[in-house]
Design a protein around this ligand. Structure first.
Ligand SMILES: Cc1ncc(COP(=O)(O)O)c(C=O)c1O
Length: 385
């Protein structure tokens, strides 16, 4: 059994440079979307084996054949996407796909329609970096954070080039329903839009079912570039490994672009990816039981805190409470919690304007750490009330 009840703070301060590195020892970081636990033994052993097998030469562009086979088996069985190795490309991290689609498809003045919004900030940054405009389709927080289809329709213009969908959704933890996905697919068909689907959090599901957009129909697979990764559910973001799948007519040129940039993804990281797919299930089951326990605990604590409102996330390691009633911006609240409670959370407004009034809490840690952070935040909120 893996141990999810304690964390090694010395290790995290030394190695988790983004999440824990910047902060003093008495500060608790619930910010960057790292999990605080070591990777599964099966993944570590696969990397060690790959080192011992001298997997040092240049390998195939799209990915090592055995890795692509494992990816395709999973895509067909789990995601119901009829992928063959030719439809897949291993890449150095999910983020690379966000960069790639923006860099390749967007031009100055184009619009990228982000649905749902708010969204993982690099979606916004990469759109802006190309000179294009991010257009936000905010979730309807008044009605269970459901997709606002009328708003989505209204935001499509002749300049809309791409629909960018993050599902399961960072930061709210929503999992889009079949009905919602079909609306997105129908609009993309009607307006001949390319779809970029980031499904990185597919394995971090507490309730419901994750449905891949590209599984809806042959036509949708042909207009969709989907990215899946290993950074979150298997806790290996440092290995920088993910994969895209598409049957779009842009497949060949996208592959050439990747070859021109990186040749191929790291062979050791690919071995880790294969182990996650083939041997990671037992560990993942244990991890998700722990994560559900801490989600329920965190949600219960927030729901008892006057002035805070938080919906239950069906997936992801995130709680996304609304704190607008305290009369502070999200940024001010983050600063306040850092100074007054010694707890680091993320500013909802960094996820785009629809995230203003919210903060994001990453609960993928030990129960004792989350409890201490919740105690401190609750006391800080009470002082404001
Ligand atoms: C929605 C989403 N996409 C991509 C990434 C980046 O993933 P990777 O580490 O695989 O590049 C993150 C990281 O938090 C994310 O939340």
């Amino acid at each position: 059994m893996a141990d999810f009840e304690s964390i090694n703070l010395d290790f995290l301060h030394a190695r988790a440079a983004l999440k824990w590195g910047p902060w003093d020892r008495d500060v608790i970081s619930l910010s960057v979307a790292d999990i605080d636990f070591p990777a599964p033994r099966e993944i570590k052993e696969a990397v060690i084996n790959a080192v011992n097998e001298d997997r040092t030469p240049y390998s195939a562009y799209g990915g090592d054949p055995d890795v692509l086979d494992a990816v395709c088996e999973k895509l067909n069985r789990v995601n119901r996407i009829p992928a063959t190795p030719d439809d897949v490309h291993m890449i150095p991290g999910t983020m690379f796909a966000i960069f790639l689609v923006c860099y390749h498809f967007l031009n100055q003045g184009d619009e990228a329609l982000i649905s749902p919004a708010p969204v993982y900030p690099p979606f916004i940054h990469n759109v802006l970096n190309t000179g294009a405009v991010p257009v936000f389709n905010p979730l309807d927080f008044q009605h269970g954070a459901r997709l606002d289809v009328d708003d989505l329709k209204a935001r499509i213009t002749p300049r809309t080039r791409m629909l960018m969908v993050c599902n399961p959704h960072n930061p709210t933890g929503r999992v889009l329903t079949l009905e919602e996905l079909e609306c997105i697919a129908r609009l993309a068909d009607e307006h001949n839009l390319l779809i970029f689907a980031d499904e990185l959090y597919e394995d971090m599901l507490f309730e419901g079912e994750h449905i891949s957009l590209a599984s809806l129909s042959k036509e949708i697979y042909e207009r969709t570039i989907t990215v899946f990764g290993f950074s979150k559910a298997f806790g290996i973001p440092g290995y920088r490994i993910a994969y895209i799948t598409t049957r779009s007519r842009y497949k060949k040129e996208l592959k050439h672009r990747i070859h021109d940039m990186i040749v191929h993804a790291d062979t050791l990281a690919q071995a880790a990816a294969k182990a996650a797919l083939t041997d990671g299930k037992a560990w993942l089951g244990e991890f998700m039981s722990h994560l559900k326990r801490v989600r329920d605990y965190g949600l219960d604590r927030l729901s008892r805190t006057p002035g805070v409102w938080c919906r239950e996330p069906e997936a992801t390691p995130f709680l996304f409470p609304n704190i607008a009633s305290f009369g502070m911006t999200s940024e001010e609240m983050c600063e306040y919690l850092r100074e007054e409670a010694g707890v680091i959370v993320m500013n909802g407004a960094e996820f785009g304007p629809p995230g203003e009034g919210f903060i994001r809490i990453n609960f993928a840690t030990a129960h004792s750490v989350l409890k201490e952070a919740m105690d401190r935040m609750e006391a800080a909120f009470k002082r404001l009330a």
